[in-house]
Design a protein around this ligand. Structure first.
Ligand SMILES: [Cu+2]
Length: 121
């Protein structure tokens, strides 16, 4: 009887996790067409250069290590950003509101070339 209760509890826990994953996935899927994923790992962003449009989303995703995504220059009128990218802060979303060139870096590894940009038309 005790084993049955444990089994039921595990099923509820697993079902709960799957359910929340599905919500995350469906959210991602609805924004895929305008979403550009840039991953941070090692000492590089990948890709480190992206072309996008106003209204698109740049999604920074942690891959390994300890990083930040930090804007170093943005077009007039655009918001700057500075966010950790770590195992406990594994993603950061930036919604583009202005055309121009955006440059960003990892504050820990920019001297090793961990920089990137996106150009918005
Ligand atoms: Cu870094």
């Amino acid at each position: 009887m005790k084993n049955i209760i444990i089994l039921i509890s595990l099923t509820i826990i697993l079902f709960g996790c799957n359910k929340s994953d599905n919500i995350v996935n469906s959210y991602t899927n609805t924004t895929t067409s305008g979403t550009h994923v840039i991953s941070a790992g090692g000492t590089a962003f990948s890709p480190n250069s992206v072309t996008a449009k106003v209204g698109d989303t740049i999604k920074f995703v942690w891959s390994s290590g300890t990083h930040t995504t930090t804007s170093t220059s943005v077009p007039t009128g655009a918001a700057t950003w500075n966010s950790p990218l770590t195992s406990s802060n594994p993603s950061f979303i930036y919604i583009i509101t202005a055309a121009g060139t955006y440059n960003f870096q990892c504050n820990f590894h920019y001297t090793m070339g961990m920089t990137g940009s996106f150009t918005v038309n």
